[in-house]
Design a protein. Structure first.
Length: 420
């Protein structure tokens, strides 16, 4: 049955105006006949999905999750019902408009103070949901209502239709990804379970879009955008944006959940400090950068290890341990346990030390031989009276030269090139 203005749902809620139409349902402004003067928002499942258990279960889950939450930053739940196979939720009618409409009016980015005020209120609302064990899983500008008519904007988050609680059974088959690709966390894109830190990532995407007027990742298809969330680096934001605000948004957009702010409240408190012109205390519940890599658990250091810089620590914590490259060095091969080392071919060659050891005695031997020859010659001269000294020298020299040649010819490494 197609709904029109003036129709009444369950005999109580009269439809006044169609506010929005989504993929799963319609949102109407309605008046409550039982409570005079109360205007509410009625979200009802579209007619073509009537009786579909998958969509009915999502409506029931949204009602359950929203009913468990009570926070000024979350649209309150008034009622839930089903009629003719169509589920409906009655909620607080929030004045204002979706944040997506405001972003479209600022293609070059929004005011930084306004951005911090919106992000802070969303963060506090998420903290309330997380404390109740509820993960939103679909934080995006369309689900953030902003009343910016006067003073500081008033913000409320809506649409817990695909939210997940700790005690909830799965609504989808394994391997299916729930959420909007442009605001999907890397772990959700990879099919892993969404956690509180997944909502913080989505909030980082919203903050990035508010500050720059564009989303960090785009693509031709939902799958391509989801893969970009996993693999691509976040494009840098303009330098005129406050450095600490850029730093906080980048921390929210860390690929690894362990590198993001630990809680939504930590994000809110950091924004308060930045807005006040103070440096956020990132040590209080928030990990210091690296921005895109995981931080490993802190390990006790040995005193002998030289302390490393923060950048080096962050890289060692965030990078997989590279395989240690094997370095070539001399290795002695052993034949068996207890056996003598097996020498290689190089080790069998003659060593220079042995050669020098043998040649060390050659020169003294020559000297002694010469001295001995001189003694013999002198003895012959003295004993042979008929010989003159000149005749003795002439007689001795050929014998001496022949003797020296014979000794020198036996020197190691010497080659006689004379031909006989």
């Amino acid at each position: 049955m197609t709904l029109r203005v003036g129709d009444t749902v369950q005999g109580r809620y009269r439809l006044v105006d169609l506010i929005a139409t989504g993929g799963m349902g319609q949102v109407w402004q309605a008046s409550d006949a039982d409570i005079e003067g109360r205007t509410c928002a009625l979200k009802i499942l579209r007619d073509e999905y009537a009786g579909d258990e998958v969509f009915l279960n999502r409506f029931r889950a949204e009602a359950k999750h929203t009913a468990a939450l009570a926070h000024e930053g979350i649209a309150a739940l008034y009622d839930y019902g089903e009629v003719d196979g169509r589920a409906f939720i009655v909620m607080e009618l929030v004045p204002g408009r979706p944040l997506s409409d405001i972003i479209e009016e600022h293609p070059d980015g929004m005011d930084q103070v306004f951005t911090m005020q919106v992000m802070r209120q969303v963060a506090y609302a998420l903290q309330a949901a997380h404390r109740a064990g509820v993960v939103h899983r679909d934080i995006k500008p369309e689900n953030i209502l902003v009343d910016d008519e006067s003073g500081e904007p008033r913000v409320k988050i809506t649409d817990f239709g695909i939210a997940r609680s700790e005690d909830q059974a799965k609504l989808t088959k394994t391997g299916l990804v729930m959420g909007t690709a442009q605001y999907l966390s890397p772990e959700q894109a990879m099919g892993k379970a969404a956690t509180n830190l997944s909502d913080i990532y989505s909030l980082g995407i919203v903050g990035y879009e508010m500050l720059t007027g564009r989303r960090p990742f785009t693509g031709a298809s939902q799958v391509e955008i989801a893969m970009a969330q996993v693999k691509k680096r976040v494009p840098p934001m303009p330098e005129d944006i406050d450095r600490e605000l850029r730093k906080l948004v980048e921390m929210c957009l860390a690929k690894a959940p362990a590198n993001r702010p630990r809680t939504a409240q930590a994000v809110a408190e950091s924004l308060i400090a930045i807005e006040a012109g103070e440096e956020p205390d990132y040590g209080m519940g928030v990990f210091q950068p690296p921005l895109t890599q995981p931080i490993a658990p802190k390990q006790e250091r040995k005193p002998a290890v030289q302390p490393r810089s923060r950048r080096e620590r962050s890289h060692s914590r965030t990078s997989a341990m590279p395989a240690v490259a094997s370095q070539s060095r001399p290795v002695r091969h052993r034949a068996a346990t207890g056996a003598q080392p097996v020498l290689s071919a190089q080790s069998e060659q003659p060593q220079p030390l042995n050669r020098s050891r043998r040649s060390r005695f050659t020169l003294p031997g020559i000297v002694l031989a010469v001295l001995l020859l001189i003694v013999i010659v002198m003895a012959l001269v003295n004993s042979a009276g008929g010989f003159t000294q000149a005749n003795a020298l002439v007689f001795a020299c050929p014998q001496f030269l022949q003797f020296a040649r014979g000794v020198c010819g036996r020197l190691p490494g010497r080659t006689d090139t004379r031909s006989d």
